[in-house]
Design a binder for this molecule. Sequence first.
Ligand code: ZN
Length: 530
Amino acid sequence: MHDQVAALREAGVRAAYLNSALSAQEASAVERAFVAGEWDLLYVAPERLVTGRFMDLLARTKIALFAIDEAHCVAQWGHDFRPEYIQLSILHERFPEVPRIALTATADAQTRAEIVSRLQLEDAQQFVSSFDRPNIRYQIVEKADPRKQLLDFIQAEHRGDAGIVYCMSRKKVEETAAWLEKQGIRALPYHAGMDVPTRQRNQDTFLREDGVVMAATIAFGMGIDKPDVRFVAHLDLPKSIEGYYQETGRAGRDGTPADAWMTYGLSDVVQQRRMIQSGDADEQFKRVGLAKLDALLALCEATTCRRVRLLNYFGEDAQPCGNCDVCSNPPATWDGSVAAQKALSAVYRTGGRFGAVHLIDVLLGHASDKVQQWGHNKLGVFGVGNDMDEKGWRAVFRQLVAQGLMGVDHDAFGALTLTEKSRAVLKGESPVWLRQEVAVKTTRKSRRPIAAPAHPADDALFEKLRVWRQAAAREHNVPAYVIFHDATLAQIAQLRPATLDQLGGVSGVGARKLEAYGAGILAVVNAAVE
Ligand code: ZN
């Protein structure tokens, strides 16, 4: 709220917010101004909005519009469900004459229907714009040594850039941040278990300073509107495409190139399946959860354009994008029927009580202590898979689980089992097509892909403008991007405006900002030109 209000005020909008960060005096000043009609826009959380006190405030002034942001939070099976959102129907009941608008950045058809019914918006017009974020490049790589893969990715493509690294657990968040720091990358942790002041400080640093990497759980991100996040990385598999798309959607909001990068492996599939199956939720909820996971796994294992799949999921048609790893490096598929039969036989012959590591040992003919202890070196399947290496088998098991041809026992840790669909494969009635893993070549890119000016002299000026912006941001106590986006500074560096008129023609420089910062910018440009 604070940063959005700050950005609006910079743009000349009379905005304010009411939340618990304000002192009692500050809050009542905001309330008085509200009743007096002095605000164009007031931000308030649903919890506060539905209180009797706030309803009285609303009744004492004239409201032109209620805007319900993050409206997908009313969706009960959504990943961001917040019960207090359902109470927002009170707005309609108490103030039927005030128009309402519900906004969300990620909602499939089902979620949109739920928003309409829960907020009683049956008569409302719907405006659905494309879900596509063409400047984001999607990349999902096979998990080998995830931390090292992450580091290579950052060093090759995003040195000095702001980014978010999502991890599943709080512990892993802390470890990842500490490890990145040790490798010379400015990184901070963020998760719900941290004390509030530290968490807040880390978030502020991420928002206000350039080039900070935030290692975080999904607790981080709601309402984070930093435009220059250059990459979002996932070290663990999210729960659904909605979650994945919302998290990756935090990259590249300024429209310049950004990356969505994820490592994904067998352990992710096993872990997510187990978590859903062993939860306390009812059967229907579990079924929905598993279906959502399956859609995400299909995306991970895709042999055709990832963007097409993502957009199809949200009910949109698309053409292959040329800007995802599958488009630029199409994987081959191979007939994995025999390999699948061997893997399923290993599961069957060992009683469905073992994880992939043990099963692969059996297939490869590795007489490990555990294999001998169970007598699995005497089975017919022992060593039948030595035409492939361990990595190859891991990929086979991962894809079988992802395709639902092999199950996960949620009581025994990571044990792989047969499913109803396994039988047809074992009998040779149903062929299995698998994805051939491709080696990913990382190309070293320049630090700022498009925002960066082409000419070195422009680049020097761009850096000077960034230094000026940082100082201006500190002075105004707002994030740097609220003053100007990188793309705007880059354009200024290229155009080198000499007058306020010329500067006013640059996109991102409105009348209010021209007045506030025009002289400062021209001084920096002049000094550089001289
Ligand atoms: Zn593509």
